[in-house]
Design a protein around this ligand. Structure first.
Ligand code: XMP
Length: 503
């Protein structure tokens, strides 16, 4: 097992995921005592990035004694600086702050960089940097503005990198993790099937004979969560599908069709009016998310009262939902409806989230292990707050209709043109109106935005180059078939700096 000590960086679970890609079991923990760390018996430790400076008064640092455990330790960004400070080197604010893709050059021999190209692109994001390495460390990589971009103490197997090997933009990142796993001497025998077996066992222990309600949206995450629970508790599971009126065209009917065939208790609640009423006049994205999060919970509480004696609520929360909602000292990007959007008081004994530490593609893998149909497992993601966060500004019934129709046209054309490999694509309604001309008359109507992205983990993404011929057919159909729309825009921004959804 490799232990990741989390200091609040945006990409920390990506580190865990890179370790899991090497078939090595990995746990992420925040602020552990030395005794706890020792009792976990890690074969290696990774110290993550984080938003603090090691010189802040209340900065989180790992226990000093981990450096005498005799296991390899890799410090990344803030983790590298924490290692430097503890072992007697010097960290100071850099005169030039580095952010983004940066060329890194390997200098000198390195165990960590075995087989890594001498010059490659890496992702940097730091204000402080290492000025002088601790004793017995040699500098192993540099960038133009960062003379100590990496250092190591090969005798003790301590490694530090200022850049982020966990993000895809660091071209040699996967190799670096693979080398670290080898240095740790891990057996590489962990698989997704082990995750499924262990999780089902843990759920059985936790829930016993209790009754469980599962918030099912028909999306990949909640379907996989439901399948895990159904394996663990069988008929004590009831899945509740809330139609909040913010679903895609025909989605409610399709979801009901698929899940009524499964061997589980399935309840559909029509709550469109209720959500719309709560959202009236609300324009601020975080408010919308919180209102929807709370209303979901209220509906589940009502259903659970009807069923009686339900202790547990299961949600298909996955890691990007958690991290973007702000974890520990990380910044809040957006409150995913099932995490930061939750109300303070929730009338269940416990919320169970078996997928909380996985990424989307790992969830799909788990779904396949569980034998879910490919139609569900490979579905593109659809966010819990639904079209509310694809309508910029106030949500109204008319706007929902527009975005549903535009999205249906986009999906139809993508499918008939056979465009493959898009990770996610959808239409959104901007709050922009502009002047157009139609049938010799002036129009002053809305603009629909189309977005298509390519990504593995939904933490970073690039805009997809959808063929122009397809986009122009979609644009034509949208302005001709939907009243009130006279312009169609394509979103070319990557994440970061944009996000995938608009709100
Ligand atoms: P962003 O917009 O944060 O989206 O780049 C990343 C991925 O998460 C989905 N998403 C959500 N999923 N509840 C969800 O279940 C939410 O509140 C939520 N917000 C965003 C989004 O569709 C994308 O796949």
């Amino acid at each position: 097992m490799i232990l990741v000590l989390d200091f609040g960086g945006q990409y920390n679970q990506l580190i865990a995921r890179r370790v899991r890609e090497n078939n090595v079991y990995c746990e992420v923990h925040t602020a552990l005592s030395f005794e706890k760390i020792r009792s976990l018996k890690p074969e290696g430790i990774i110290l993550t990035g984080g938003p603090q400076s090691v010189y802040e008064k209340d900065s989180l640092l790992p226990p000093e004694k981990i450096f005498s455990l005799g296991v390899p330790i890799l410090g990344i960004c803030y983790g590298a600086q924490a290692m430097t400070k503890i072992l007697g080197g010097e960290v100071k604010p850099a005169s030039v702050r580095e952010y983004g893709k940066t060329e890194v050059e390997i200098i000198g021999a390195s165990k960590l960089f075995k087989g890594v190209e001498k010059k490659s692109v890496a992702w940097m994001s730091h204000t402080d940097r290492i000025f002088s390495p601790p004793e017995n460390f040699s500098v192993t990589a540099a960038t133009k503005n960062c003379p100590v971009a990496a250092m190591e103490n090969p005798a003790q197997n301590f490694f530090a990198v200022q850049f982020h090997p966990e993000v895809v933009h660091t071209v040699e990142g996967a190799k670096i993790f693979s080398n670290f796993v080898d240095i740790c001497g891990c057996k590489r025998d962990w698989k997704m099937s082990s995750f499924v077996v262990d999780t089902v066992e843990n759920l059985k222990k936790k829930i016993g004979g209790g009754k469980v309600l599962c918030a099912l949206s028909g999306g990949v995450d909640s379907s996989v969560a439901a399948a895990l629970l159904s394996k663990a508790v069988g008929k004590n599971l009831t899945c509740v599908f809330v139609d909040h009126g913010l679903l895609r065209k025909n989605e409610a009917v399709e979801v009901e069709e698929v899940f009524s065939k499964f061997d589980l208790n399935f309840i559909k609640v029509d709550a469109g009016e209720r959500f719309l009423k709560k959202l009236r006049g609300v324009v601020e994205p975080e408010r919308k998310r919180k209102i929807i999060g709370e209303e979901f919970i209220r509906v589940f509480e009502e259903v659970s009262k009807k069923i009686g004696a339900v202790d547990f609520l299961v949600q298909g929360t996955i890691y990007p939902d958690v991290i973007e909602s702000g974890l520990g000292k990380s910044a809040v990007i957006k409150s995913h409806h099932n995490v930061g959007g939750l109300p303070d008081f929730v009338d269940f004994k416990e919320i169970v989230e078996p997928l909380r530490l996985l990424f989307k593609d790992e969830v799909r893998q788990a779904g396949r292990e569980l034998g879910l149909p490919e139609k569900i497992v490979s579905r593109q993601p659809f966010p819990g707050p639904g079209l509310a966060i694809r309508i910029i500004g106030e949500v109204t019934a008319e706007k929902i209709k527009i975005v549903q129709e535009a999205d249906a046209i986009f999906r139809e054309e993508i499918s008939s043109a056979g465009v493959k490999n898009l990770s996610q694509y959808f239409a959104a309604l901007t709050n922009m109106r502009s002047v157009g001309v139609m049938g010799d008359g002036r129009t002053y109507d809305c603009a629909v935005a189309l977005r298509g992205v390519l990504t593995d983990d939904f933490m970073t993404a690039e805009a997809a180059k959808i063929p122009w011929e397809v986009l122009s057919v979609v644009a034509n159909r949208i302005v001709n078939e939907i009243r009130g729309v006279n312009r169609v825009l394509y979103d070319c921004t990557s994440k970061p700096p944009a996000t995938i959804e608009f709100e």
